[in-house]
Design a binder for this molecule. Structure first.
Ligand SMILES: [Zn+2]
Ligand SMILES: [Zn+2]
Length: 141
């Protein structure tokens, strides 16, 4: 993550929400939990973790869906109310961090996840780099 182009901008599919990430991410991970599969409509979500204060909204405000995570604790999932793009999650068991959906970055190509979370529910077709750390649940805190 040393090459992270910070500040990094991003936004939702329709463009009504725009944001800037102002700090280098503390980590990047893919999440294979069933809830991320359902929310994303895909095999897993790819996230970068930054302090909540390092995620600034420049246009629009996301809506929140309060989910219950696989851990049983709340996961506030923020998304665009117009186009539905998932933008970030605020996870109760990992407080103070925004888990930004990396696919919404204007340039997501630099993101290199180092951890794979909730691998017990990973789809067989979801193949990842051999050197990624595979965890059965959330990252240790
Ligand atoms: Zn939108
Ligand atoms: Zn997840």
């Amino acid at each position: 993550m040393s090459m992270a182009p910070i500040p990094a901008t991003g936004g939702c599919l329709c463009g009504s929400i725009r944001y800037t990430v102002t700090e280098t991410p503390a980590m990047s991970a893919v999440c294979h939990c069933r809830n991320c599969q359902q929310q994303s409509g895909s095999a897993y979500s790819v996230m970068i973790a930054v302090p909540l204060a390092a995620l600034q909204f420049d246009a629009g405000q996301p809506r929140c869906y309060r989910d219950t995570g696989t851990s049983g604790q709340p996961v506030d999932r923020y998304f665009c109310g117009d186009c539905g793009s998932p933008l970030y999650s605020d996870v109760a068991v990992l407080p103070g961090m925004a888990f930004v959906k990396a696919g919404t970055l204007d340039d997501p190509a630099w993101v290199e996840p180092t951890q794979a979370l909730w691998c017990d529910s990973a789809l067989p077709s979801a193949r990842l780099a051999d050197d990624i750390t595979r965890l059965p649940g959330n990252p240790p805190v």
